[in-house]
Every structure is written in structure tokens, then in C-alpha cells.
Design a protein around this ligand. Structure first.
Ligand code: FES
Length: 98
């Protein structure tokens, strides 16, 4: 997507997910599960995962995998990424405040 395509739209960046208390639960889950990759793929994966969780409170691992298919990393597998997303989704279900 080009910047011009975002005119008059709301954008959320990786920095925008941070809360006043610190890391967003998804950011923390990526750290906790060793899912952090490089600065190219990780921000996109986290922002996309946030969108997926916000729009599907009962997000399954398979749905997360399909939802992240457009976010490519050629360097590694996705097991830890999916573990982190699944943990964040479960935590959100648990407390609803994350
Ligand atoms: S670690 Fe980011 S593209 Fe592979």
C-alpha cells in the first residue's frame, strides 16, 4: 500500500500499539515466545495479528496462520510467531483488557 492510499484513513503502526504502561500484550508475547525477528517482518506481523485478534475474539491458531500469510519472513519458520499470537489471543479472552 502506498502512503497516498492512506489519505484520510487511520493508521496504526508498531509504535502506536504501545500502551502507557509499556509494551502491548502482543509485543510482550513476541518477546516472551522468542518470536521477534527483524524490523521488517515483525512490526507487520504484530500489527496484523492485533487486527486479527481485535476482529475475532476466538481466533484459532489456524485462523492466525491464514491471517498472517501476507506477512512474509524468509529467514525462519512461524512456529514461535503463532505461539505468541495464540498466547496473546488467549490472554485477551481471559481478561478482555489486553
Ligand atoms: S527476520 Fe524479518 S524477514 Fe526474516
Amino acid at each position: 500500500m502506498y502512503a497516498v492510499d492512506c489519505d484520510e484513513r487511520e493508521l496504526v503502526t508498531i509504535e502506536g500499539l504501545r500502551t502507557p504502561e509499556g509494551l502491548h500484550p502482543l509485543q510482550q508475547a513476541f518477546v516472551d515466545y522468542g518470536a521477534v525477528q527483524c524490523g521488517f517482518c515483525t512490526p507487520g506481523m504484530i500489527v496484523q495479528a492485533d487486527y486479527l485478534i481485535e476482529n475475532n475474539p476466538n481466533l484459532t491458531r489456524e485462523e492466525a496462520q491464514r491471517g498472517l500469510e501476507g506477512n512474509l519472513c524468509r529467514c525462519t519458520g512461524y512456529t514461535k510467531v503463532l505461539d505468541a499470537v495464540q498466547a496473546a489471543a488467549e490472554k485477551k479472552k481471559c481478561c478482555g483488557r489486553c
